[in-house]
Design a protein around this ligand. Structure first.
Ligand SMILES: [Zn+2]
Length: 216
C-alpha cells in the first residue's frame, strides 16, 4: 500500500506518448498518452519501468499462464504480477518464490481483460529472449498473457479478445504488424513452452486478417 503509484511518477510523464497513438477499433480503445486500454480492468504492477530510449513497441508476445498450473479462475496470477502472492500457499509457488514479473495485459478464460502495465512502459514478461536476432524482447515488446495451460484449449472468448486487442495495438503502434507476433516459446526456445502446442496461430492470423478487411 505504501508503494508509489507508477502512473504518477515524473518518469512516467517524461515517457508519455512514447511511440503510441490513440486507437479505436469499435471494440477496443487505446489512449496514446496513458498507454491504457479503456476496456481493461486496471491493476498497476510495480514490476515495470521505462522502455529504453527510442524503443517503441514493435512485437507482441503471446503467453499462457495459470497459477497453480492447470487451475483457472483464482486470484493468484494477479497476485503474482502485483508482488502479493503468498509463496507458501502452494508447493509450486515456493519454486517461483521471489519472482518479480508482469505482463501488459491478462486475458482470462471468460474474456475479461486486466491491464498491469501501460503499453508504452516496459513490462517484465519475456526474460532472456530474442526475436529475429534482437535480444531483450521486454525492451520493445508488448506481453499478452492468456490464462491457460500448454495442453488445454484456449477459449473462444480469449481468441476473440486477443484478436481485438492485437488489431487495436497495430493501430496504436506504427512499428507493429501481423508478422510481428510471436509466442514466448518462439523468443525463448528450449526455455519456455507457452502458449503451448494447443494455441491456434492460424485462428489468430485469420481473425486479424478478417477484421482488418472488414469481412469478419
Ligand atoms: Zn510466457
Amino acid at each position: 500500500m505504501s508503494k508509489p503509484d507508477p502512473f504518477c511518477t515524473a518518469e512516467m510523464h517524461a515517457q508519455r506518448n512514447n511511440g503510441l497513438n490513440d486507437a479505436s477499433t469499435g471494440s477496443y480503445t487505446i489512449d496514446g498518452d496513458s498507454g491504457l486500454l479503456r476496456e481493461a480492468q486496471q491493476r498497476p504492477s510495480p514490476n515495470q519501468d521505462a522502455r529504453p530510449d527510442g524503443l517503441d513497441p514493435r512485437l507482441v508476445v503471446v503467453h499462457g499462464i495459470s497459477l497453480p498450473p492447470g487451475e483457472f479462475g483464482g486470484p493468484q496470477i494477479e497476485q503474482l504480477f502485483l508482488n502479493k502472492l503468498d509463496w507458501d500457499a502452494h508447493s509450486y509457488f515456493s519454486e517461483i518464490r521471489g519472482l518479480q514479473v508482469s505482463a501488459h495485459v491478462l486475458i482470462r478464460r471468460d474474456g475479461v481483460v486486466v491491464q498491469f502495465v501501460p503499453f508504452n512502459r516496459r513490462a517484465w514478461h519475456a526474460g532472456e529472449s530474442a526475436f529475429r536476432g534482437a535480444p531483450g524482447c521486454n525492451d520493445y515488446s508488448i506481453g499478452i498473457e492468456l490464462e491457460g495451460e500448454d495442453h488445454i484449449e484456449y477459449t473462444d472468448q480469449q481468441y476473440e479478445v486477443l484478436v481485438g486487442i492485437v488489431i487495436a495495438l497495430m493501430q496504436a503502434c506504427p512499428g507493429l504488424d501481423a508478422r510481428r507476433i510471436a509466442g514466448h516459446c518462439d523468443i525463448a526456445p528450449g526455455r519456455k513452452m507457452d502458449p503451448g502446442p494447443v494455441f491456434d496461430w492460424l485462428r489468430l492470423y485469420d481473425g486479424i486478417a478478417g477484421q482488418h478487411s472488414g469481412t469478419a
